[in-house]
Design a binder for this molecule. Structure first.
Ligand code: LMR
Length: 395
């Protein structure tokens, strides 16, 4: 069976994470995989998550199966967090199912599209998260690209993007990131979101919004503003959600897929097809992470504490963006764009060979694409990282 198989290439993000873990140098710095780190390089468990775990330990009275859609309380709460007041306005047209992380949400979304319309293509930003294309191709969808970044990789090509979206045929799907664009940190301004919504309504493509960083850009509501603008106007939309970063639940694989269609009966029919796909793939999602998020979002004291800690994480990312730009400015380099971008990631325009040297000689890990995770940085590292980057950015 397996004799002809050759080793698959390492995943560009998780492969680098594994290399970092094997690196014995105690002073190595991981600015690769998108996780939040404190000054000691640890990714702490959020306070509200700890409290919710204690509550769950005391309250849980059975390990019996949940349904294919997961935890109903989680589904309501996460839908409200994402959609805000629209969750009530659109209630009959929206259905939410819990998934094993945002990746599985994207995968079952792609499976659903493939079932509904086997020839549909999916349009991804150029560039997009490294795993987007592979996930949707695995569901049998063909990938196309729309322009997103300007040649400096620091700003949006809004006009080129909108022109490409206007040419997307009705019945194709377009994936957009809600905020904190991975890998570039370049987000879509409100005026451009309005045009995207208009284009989707006129052109008839299906928007898929990937929201993996709600609360890590400008705020919980601010980061969802583009999504909400679209959801209020378009007839149909899919929304993939992740709790990995904003609840720090990475390994608990906690996410959701929300489905918006034109009518209540259509949403219920679509969900039934979606859940059939879920049953065929993994039967039902794991319970733990969603049980914690449901408790955090529905108990006011826990919710306040979570939102407060999240605001601190957001402020830390902003502080690191300012700090790195300042340190580089002090070394004669203008990377002011770092201050204006949002979320964990930005691009540094450093050649791939230099990124390898940075890793091997200095123990500083970035993705080969030049993506840096600013949430992995801390004050104690700024000087060393800026000094190591200076000669590479100056060429
Ligand atoms: C990242 O982009 O680094 C994260 O979303 C982790 C992952 O799964 O790729």
């Amino acid at each position: 069976m397996f004799q002809h198989l050759q080793p698959a290439p390492a995943d560009p993000i998780l492969g680098l994470m594994a290399r970092f873990r094997e690196d014995p140098r105690p002073d190595r710095i991981d600015l690769g995989v998108g996780v939040f780190r404190d000054a000691d390089g640890r990714t702490p468990i959020m306070r509200a998550v700890r409290s919710a775990e204690q509550l769950r330990f005391a309250e849980e009275d059975s390990k019996v199966y949940q349904g294919m859609a997961g935890d109903p309380a989680f589904n309501v709460a996460i839908g409200e967090l994402a959609l805000g007041p629209l969750a009530a306005t659109l209630a009959d047209r929206v259905g939410v199912v819990q998934t094993p992380g945002g990746t599985a949400a994207l995968r079952v979304a792609a499976d659903l599209i493939h079932t509904a319309r086997p020839g549909a293509r999916i349009w991804l930003a150029d560039p997009s998260w490294d795993n987007h294309a592979a996930v949707v191709r695995a569901a049998g969808l063909q990938v196309e690209r729309y322009p997103y970044l300007d040649p400096s990789r620091t700003g949006l090509r809004a006009e080129a993007m909108l022109a490409a979206l206007r040419a997307v045929p009705a019945g194709d799907a377009v994936l957009l990131q809600a905020s904190c664009h991975n890998p570039s940190g370049v987000d879509i301004p409100a005026a451009v979101w309005a045009e995207v919504a208009e284009t989707a309504v006129r052109g008839g493509f299906l928007p898929i919004i990937d929201m993996a960083y709600q609360g890590l850009g400008d705020g919980l509501d601010e980061d969802a503003a583009g999504l909400r603008m679209l959801a209020a106007r378009v007839p149909e939309l899919l929304l993939a959600l992740s709790c990995s970063k904003n609840f720090g639940l990475y390994r608990e694989r906690t996410g959701a897929l929300a489905v918006l269609t034109e009518t209540g009966p259509q949403t219920r029919a679509t969900l039934s097809v979606l859940l059939q796909g879920v049953r065929n793939a993994y039967s039902m999602p794991p319970a733990h992470g969603a049980a914690l998020v449901a408790r955090i979002l529905t108990r006011p004291a826990l919710r306040l504490d979570w939102a407060d800690e999240l605001a601190g994480m957001r402020a830390h990312i902003g502080h690191m963006r300012d700090g790195l730009a300042e340190q580089l400015a002090a070394r004669g380099l203008d990377l002011a764009y770092l201050r204006h971008q949002r979320g964990m990631f930005s691009f540094l325009n450093v050649p791939v060979a230099a990124i390898a040297r940075l890793r091997e000689e200095q123990g500083i890990y970035l993705l080969d694409s030049g993506r840096i995770n600013l949430a992995g940085l801390s004050d104690v590292h700024l000087d060393r990282v800026a000094s190591a980057l200076q000669p590479l950015l100056a060429v």
